[in-house]
Design a protein around this ligand. Structure first.
Ligand code: NDP
Length: 289
């Protein structure tokens, strides 16, 4: 086991076998930075063959070099924009060709969005849906035949926001709810077809990536958890073919209490956001425009 990895509850409960990832053929999206980058490094340490993708070519190249130095059997990158429909099939085709098939498709990328009051910008919501949702279902469909052949896994990186709506992120919340609904439904259909493919939907709390921390600064009061640990938990969830991951653990409690004790959840959610700061910023921006 790589030295940076400490056993988690998942290793013990789900009997994770790291050697199962040696030589595994993996495509990870949104892997130039943040959680996706950390997943690429973990897969590399496990000796997987990986394809990574995002828009920034230079960053991808550096991540690929590090993956190879960490032990990846093979590592390739392809620059692509997930808002561009033709890029989606191109990325999956590239991975199928370079790796000779796929064992894991890890869908992780997200388009950029603001933490702010909903201001009626429907075009932004449509654009975000295209990147955070429609690209996921198109890529999943394209990869399914190969995953089916290899008894593979689809891993969807979602968010607590998709289980428990939070304020100031209405378009983002919508895209994550759509992912949970779509892939929850698809999981039933695959089971009905006695498919070989497993689907894991990962519910994450606040994770300390550069993007997330810069956006929540001064606005959200909640603890952030390490990206490297989140990444490892996602990988183990996929490798052990679990239907869901809740990381950190309390995201599971929040998901349950949302329906059991809604008024308590509303209280906690509203306490987690710094309303004075946000209202002040909102008013300032509107008075300037
Ligand atoms: P980051 O912003 O750190 O990384 C996002 C990745 O997506 C980057 O590699 C970025 O690269 C890529 N990307 C962005 N836009 C596009 C695009 N149009 N086309 C292709 N690639 C794109 O995100 P995080 O690591 O913080 O989040 C990763 C996942 O985890 C997301 O699905 C997110 O919703 C989920 N999550 C994160 C939480 C957190 O607190 N961090 C909490 C809950 C869920 P580039 O810009 O080069 O294209």
């Amino acid at each position: 086991k790589p030295e940076t990895i400490t056993p988690t509850a998942y290793d013990i409960v789900y009997d994770f076998a790291p050697e199962s990832l040696r030589g595994a053929k993996v495509l990870v999206t949104g892997s130039s930075k943040g959680i996706g980058e950390q997943m690429a490094y973990h897969y590399a340490r496990f000796g997987a063959k990986i394809v990574i993708t995002a828009r920034s070519k230079d960053t991808l190249q550096k991540v690929v070099e590090k993956c190879l130095s960490l032990g990846a059997q093979e590592a390739f990158y392809i620059a692509a924009d997930m808002s561009n429909e033709s890029d989606l099939d191109r990325v999956v085709d590239f991975a199928l060709k370079k790796l000779g098939g796929l064992d894991y498709l890890v869908l992780n990328h997200i388009g950029s969005t603001r933490i702010a009051m909903w201001d009626g910008d429907v075009e932004h919501a449509k654009w975000l849906m295209k990147i955070n949702f429609f690209s996921y279902i198109q890529m999943a469909w394209k990869a399914l035949p190969s995953l089916e052949k290899n008894k593979g896994s689809l891993v969807i990186v979602s968010s607590l926001a998709g289980k428990m709506p939070s304020p100031l992120t209405a378009p983002y919340v919508s895209t994550k709810s759509a992912l949970n609904g779509f892939f929850g439904s698809l999981r039933h259909e695959l089971a009905m077809k006695k498919s070989n493919v497993s689907i894991s939907v990962c519910t994450l709390g606040l994770i300390d990536t550069e993007t997330a921390m810069s956006k929540v600064k001064g606005k959200v009061n909640m603890p952030a958890y390490p990206a490297t640990e989140a990444a490892l938990n996602i990988i183990i969830t996929g490798a052990t073919r679990q239907p869901e991951l809740f990381y950190p653990w309390f995201t599971y409690i929040w998901t349950l209490t949302k329906d059991w004790i809604p008024s308590f959840t509303d209280y906690v959610v509203q306490r987690s956001y710094n309303y004075n700061f946000i209202c002040l910023t909102h008013t300032t921006i509107h008075s300037m425009t």
